[in-house]
Design a protein around this ligand. Structure first.
Ligand code: MD3
Ligand code: FE
Length: 221
């Protein structure tokens, strides 16, 4: 008898997962993007990273992040030994960041609206590329001007365990599974929670191979 196999990445073979409220103004919208729309998004991203390549960034302290990063939109997030923050130009090319594709902007706005944020106008989409072993330590996102604007994130490719803490670094951390196509929206009182990503497990995704891509949409300025 052939071995039984389950396609853990297919949105047709998993039971539906309903929207889940993680905390006050924090929502996980599982499978927000279906396989076909994910393919269209990945096609856009392949073009985009030819213009603004994924690259590893150095922290102020001189450590190299394990995640590879690029941006699109008016602002991109960069870090080096001189400091970190938002920039209108990609230091690799010296050029403005690629425009945010309307499909992505619309997706972020639709997700934000479903979570109760009516007029989210992102001016930055940060693209984080994770290879197996890559991780993101617990941190707050506080380089943006207006904390009343939410952050919207889309996960693509290999699954990850998202670490969701509290407003103090020492608060207990919850582990939340994030799969291809899942959208998260964080705003209001959850906007400044500590969060991170556990080291990515090895694996291959049918669309993205040995990658997890996470898009985070922000209002930087
Ligand atoms: C909760 N990225 O780029 S996205 C980041 O999967 C970042 O690449 C992670 O944290 C990733 O800064 C997580 C989800 C996310 C983003 C921002 C948040 C969750 C958040 C800000 C406040 C609270
Ligand atoms: Fe973050």
């Amino acid at each position: 008898m052939p071995a039984m196999t389950f396609d853990l990445f297919s949105d047709t073979e998993l039971p539906p997962r309903p929207p889940q409220q993680i905390a006050d103004s924090a929502w996980l919208l599982p499978g927000f993007v279906d396989t076909r729309r994910a393919e269209a998004i990945v096609a856009l991203l392949r073009r985009l990273v030819r213009q603004a390549p994924l690259r590893r960034l150095q922290t102020r302290g001189g450590h190299w992040m394990s995640v590879e990063t690029a941006s699109c939109g008016r602002y991109g997030w960069i870090s080096d030994r001189a400091g970190y923050g938002y920039s209108e130009r990609d230091p690799v090319s010296g050029q403005p960041w690629p425009e945010m594709p309307p499909l992505l902007r619309q997706l972020a706005q639709d997700g934000a609206r479903q979570a109760g944020f009516a007029d989210f106008a992102p001016d930055c989409c940060l693209i984080n590329g994770y290879r197996p072993g890559a991780k993101m330590g617990l941190h707050q996102d506080r380089d943006e001007r207006d904390f009343s604007q939410p952050i919207v994130s889309l996960s693509l490719g290999l699954p990850a365990i998202f670490l969701w803490g509290g407003l103090q670094r020492s608060d207990p951390v919850r582990r939340i599974g994030l799969m291809h196509g899942d959208l998260m929206v964080w705003g209001g009182p959850s906007r400044l929670v500590y969060h991170g990503v556990a080291p990515l497990r090895p694996g291959r995704h049918p669309l993205l191979g040995e990658w997890r891509l996470n898009l985070t949409f922000r209002r930087a300025r």
